[in-house]
Ligand binder design. Structure first.
Ligand code: GDD
Length: 313
């Protein structure tokens, strides 16, 4: 089975590539960066998102059985800083990719996974928790709006004949995640404290929020199955269905360290709009595929902290 991953060098793409390779897939990846240091070791392909004809001919040459469309501008914060780039990356480039696949020789055989986000739901009242796929879409930032648009595109292209499914993963965490996300931010500071690079004070934001966390390695296992079994035009939440308070994340990470760590709530880290609780309903995907999260939150947190300790902070 030949798979193409767009955005292969991102946090999720790197994990997905390794998972598919270790399961015997032939994997090709594309990434935004023109200088790709992994190009000599792994299969890489240049996707020209500006040009549908070139995209179509690249797809015709490669003929993947599966296309995992991960490439995106995926930071909520950056989506405010650069709305146009976010819309171009997530909406325009997705349209071009879907258009190219539709006009390719593999339109009838290739299966496509479109990666959305729980940010598509935006702010919902407490009584809407856990959020299921039929819940109201109320995105509150450009990123969420771009992913709702991408979702609408998948419905359109499914009607036009593509075998395409959309997924809405909730908060991903795990080793390799960049800074700017709560678990990496906390782990990075603990690793720096342990290495005596900073004083033993952690700066944190809102600790009362609750999120639905999944280890990235559990998420990509779901991707590999849902792309095969998902019904074209359908959308599937990928989540644990367990709300966890950020204060619990902090306490668990701190408990893994032998240091005495003081916690400082930094007003700069508090957001103007912060969703108080986000928890998903995973019953739809669990009735489609034989999947459930395997990696405990504790193991994910331990692995992420270990990753930051080894990053040479
Ligand atoms: N990043 C960060 N850093 N968040 C903190 C910190 C900190 O030091 N301290 C507290 N928080 C709180 C945030 O205010 C938020 O309530 C929660 O921790 C989670 O923050 P993030 O990890 O930044 O995730 P997010 O929920 O805002 O958004 C992420 O999840 C979405 C899926 O639901 C992003 O990955 C989105 O791209 C994704 O779509």
């Amino acid at each position: 089975m030949k798979a193409l991953i767009t955005g292969v060098n991102g946090f999720v793409g790197r994990h997905l590539e390794q998972f598919l390779l270790s399961n015997g897939y032939e994997v090709w990846g594309s990434s935004r960066s023109s200088h790709d240091v992994k190009a000599d070791l792994l299969n890489r392909v240049q996707l020209e998102f500006n040009n549908v004809e070139k995209l179509t001919s690249t797809i015709n040459e490669l003929k993947p059985d599966l296309i995992f469309h991960l490439a995106a501008q995926s930071s909520v914060k950056k989506s405010w800083d650069d709305v146009e780039f976010t819309m171009k990356s997530n909406v325009i480039n997705s349209t071009k990719l879907f258009e190219a696949i539709l006009h390719s020789e593999i339109a009838g055989s290739c299966k496509v996974l479109s990666v959305g986000s729980s940010e598509e739901y935006g702010i919902l009242p407490q009584e809407s928790m856990p959020i299921n796929e039929g819940s109201f879409l109320n995105p509150i930032n450009p990123y969420g709006i771009s992913k709702v648009s991408q979702y609408m595109l998948t419905k359109l292209y499914a009607k036009l004949g593509l075998h395409i499914v959309h997924v809405r993963p909730f908060n991903h965490i795990g080793p390799g995640q960049e800074l700017g996300f709560v678990v990496s931010d906390f782990s990075n500071q603990i690793a720096k404290i342990e290495a005596k690079k900073i004083s033993p004070i952690m700066n944190v934001g809102n600790l009362s929020a609750k999120r639905d966390f999944l280890d990235v390695r559990d998420i990509i296992r779901a991707y590999a199955d849902v792309i095969i079994s998902g019904i074209p035009g359908e959308v599937y939440n990928i989540c644990s269905s367990e709300p966890v308070a950020i204060s619990d994340i902090l306490n668990t990470l701190v408990s893994f360290s032998t240091q005495n760590i003081e916690v400082n709530i930094d007003p700069k880290l508090l957001r103007v709009v912060d969703i108080p609780q986000y928890v998903g309903d995973n019953s739809k995907i669990r009735s489609l595929i034989d999947w459930q999260p395997k990696i405990s939150l504790e193991d994910t947190l331990r692995d992420t902290l270990e990753y930051w300790r080894n990053e040479g902070n």
